[in-house]
Ligand binder design. Structure first.
Ligand code: M6R
Length: 614
């Protein structure tokens, strides 16, 4: 939650801070602010509202200076307000900080500072930090860096922090613990940011700061230090993302752009893992994973994840059990970490996370590791905390996902788990050559099929224009269609704020049918051929109770014609792979409902892209 940024160099800082903040707006957008240094003084401009409003204020009344820090906020402690916006300063206005994270012991620290006469200007947890830095700095602990290091010893919780001090106009001090932070040096100067897209325009050579590491930014170089202040020598990592991938290009929203990037994202996940066998047949082969005795002997796979990544994990369960005949336990990472799970050395442990920074998922991975597990991370974010802590990293290669609602990350996560399941199924002797070839052919066709679905987006757009006002929308399906229903309901509630739920269609009569009336829309996925008849009955059951419905199917369109309001036909694929296609019309539906309702799909209320706190 929250994005922080910093710049020191040979150009005006304000426009750079605003540009970099805009790239981080997906992390939080209820208030924004910057602090700029000029002639040994710190000038702060901050306010409730979006970065655009801050930018307009700065255009009318500029802040000049060639170094500064910035913040875009997702409120946790203290309502969104001008006073609670970052940067926060000490009482004399000589030190300013921006912070992403949560200081868990701030109440105690605040009381202690208040008893020493410190007057607080905000309700935030963050403000304690700047007063403590000031306390150490003024009480003769020496240099600013020393004061920052002393302060860190008192803080419990998570932080990515940037600090400027009017006595040190030549530097910015930045540090992180359990919240992401990168630092990079480019032609215009040195930068920090919470995430890579913010810096792509300025530099490709970055340091991914490790927990406890401090970066001291100067105009022409960056000094890395450990938590005791010792200098660390390390090479920067090179980022090869295309700068355009973090731009909207001609799309009205990032979400729509990312929905349309899915064919490419799925190809990116698929192609590096498709190799030729000795007999010139295509085979799945992950360079990252060598299947050995431990995979042959594995008794169970355990997968933990949150949100959309959790829904991809449920697809993983169905796929691993289908192809590799191995039981899979799937957990919400937030539950897993607290429920004293059972560890067996023979199990295979996987965590899935787009950002690689989700607090609960990281905690689940750490718990697995503490118990001796080898953790495989499926993630989209090179350099993320998860990618550095996991034993094996499977990258999804979807490119930067900016919209809060995850779309291309989901389909590329699914592609990765399908491929892993196929490879494991073959390795464990559960898939014969012919079906294996058939599955590979089907997977290879998916990106082109996804493009054909996107070509029909108007069908969904028109349907959304007719239905977006419904107050209840439900999604149902069986087998592989059930996790797709879960993901579709999540997407819809996130950006359209419509009450939506998913249920396994077989559960309809066990309760959910009581909710069905003429104000309900039901979206039914019917892609599992063996279960067509069952789905036809379920759709009849909701239609006869007055619900409107949309059927997303790949076959037997005639059977649905008379019982539903709209049919969306998917290209034909293997039943087990249908989620890779069927989720796309559902994503489009959520997107168009949000737009119809006047919501900003890229920045849904109360949500942030990366949940780095509990
Ligand atoms: O970065 P992660 O994949 O770990 O994020 C997990 C969830 O927070 C995320 O999927 C969230 O549910 C999205 N907003 C879904 O659209």
């Amino acid at each position: 939650m929250c994005g922080i940024t910093g710049y020191i160099g040979n150009e005006e800082a304000s426009p750079i801070l605003i540009q970099t903040l805009k790239k981080l707006e997906y992390r939080g957008y209820d208030s924004a602010g910057i602090a700029v240094m000029r002639n040994g003084k710190i000038f702060v401009r901050k306010m409730k509202g979006r970065i655009n409003s801050l930018e307009e204020t700065l255009l009318e009344n500029p802040l000049n200076g060639q170094s500064g820090i910035g913040h875009t906020r997702w409120a946790t402690h203290g309502e969104p307000s001008d006073a609670n916006s970052h940067p926060h300063t000490d009482s004399g206005g000589n030190i300013a900080i921006v912070h992403n994270g949560i200081i868990e012991n701030y109440v105690k620290l605040k009381q202690s500072l208040q008893s020493r006469g410190v007057v607080f200007q905000s309700d935030t947890d963050t403000e304690v930090i700047v007063h403590i830095i000031n306390y150490f700095y003024r009480s003769g602990e020496g240099a600013l860096l020393q004061a920052v290091m002393e302060t860190l010893k008192l803080l419990n919780g998570s932080y990515a922090l940037a600090v400027v001090c009017s006595d040190y106009p030549d530097r910015i001090i930045a540090v992180r613990k359990d919240s992401p932070l990168i630092a990079g040096c480019g032609a215009a100067g040195s930068f920090i940011a919470s995430d890579v897209p913010a810096l792509l325009e300025y530099t490709r050579d970055v340091y991914f700061l490790n927990n406890g590491e401090i970066a001291v930014l100067y105009e022409d170089h960056i000094e890395l230090r450990g938590n005791d202040g010792e200098v660390i020598l390390r090479e920067t990592a090179r980022i090869d993302w295309d700068a355009g991938s973090a731009e909207k290009n001609n799309f009205p929203h990032f979400m729509l752009k990312e929905i349309f990037e899915q064919p490419k994202a799925m190809e990116n996940a698929l192609l590096p893992r498709l190799k030729k066998s000795a007999l010139n047949n295509p085979v799945v082969d992950f360079d990252e994973i060598k299947l050995d005795e431990s995979w042959a002997a594995a008794r169970r796979i355990v997968i933990a994840a949150c949100g959309t990544a959790y829904n991809a994990a449920v697809i993983g369960k169905y796929a691993f059990e289908h192809f590799a005949r191995i039981p899979v336990a799937v957990d919400l990472a937030s539950e897993y970490r607290y429920r004293n799970p059972i560890f067996d050395k023979r199990d295979i442990f996987i965590v899935i996370s787009q950002s690689g920074e989700t607090a609960d998922t990281l905690a689940a991975a750490r718990l697995m590791k503490q118990n001796g597990a080898r953790v495989i991370a499926v993630t989209n974010a090179p350099g993320s905390t998860l990618s550095r802590e996991a034993d094996v990293v499977v990258y999804t290669y979807a490119g930067p996902e900016i919209a809060v609602a995850s779309t291309k990350a989901f389909t590329s996560q699914m592609m990765c788990v399908y491929l892993l399941a196929l490879e494991l199924g073959r390795f464990r002797g559960h898939i014969a050559d012919e079906p294996y070839k058939k599955y590979i052919t089907a997977l290879s066709a998916i990106p082109a099929q996804a493009r054909r679905i996107l070509d029909k987006k108007e069908i969904i757009q028109r349907f959304a224009a007719r239905q977006y006002n419904k107050t209840k929308m439900f999604f149902m399906g069986r087998q592989f269609d059930y996790p797709v229903s879960m993901e579709s309901a999540l997407k819809l509630k996130e950006i359209s704020y419509t009450h939506s739920e998913a249920f396994a269609a077989g559960e309809l009569k066990h309760g959910p049918i009581a909710l069905i009336d003429d104000g309900t829309l039901v979206i039914a996925f019917a892609t599992q051929k063996e279960l067509f008849e069952k789905m036809i009955s379920n759709i009849r059951e909701v239609s006869s109770r007055g619900a409107s419905s949309l059927v997303i199917t790949c076959d037997r369109v005639d059977s649905f014609n008379t019982i539903t309001d709209e049919i969306f036909t998917l290209p034909k694929t293997e039943d087990c792979f249908s989620p890779l296609l069927s989720v796309i019309p559902a994503q489009l539906f959520s997107y168009y409902c949000a737009v119809q309702r006047g919501n900003d799909p890229d920045k849904p209320r109360n949500l942030a892209k990366s949940v780095t706190v509990e």
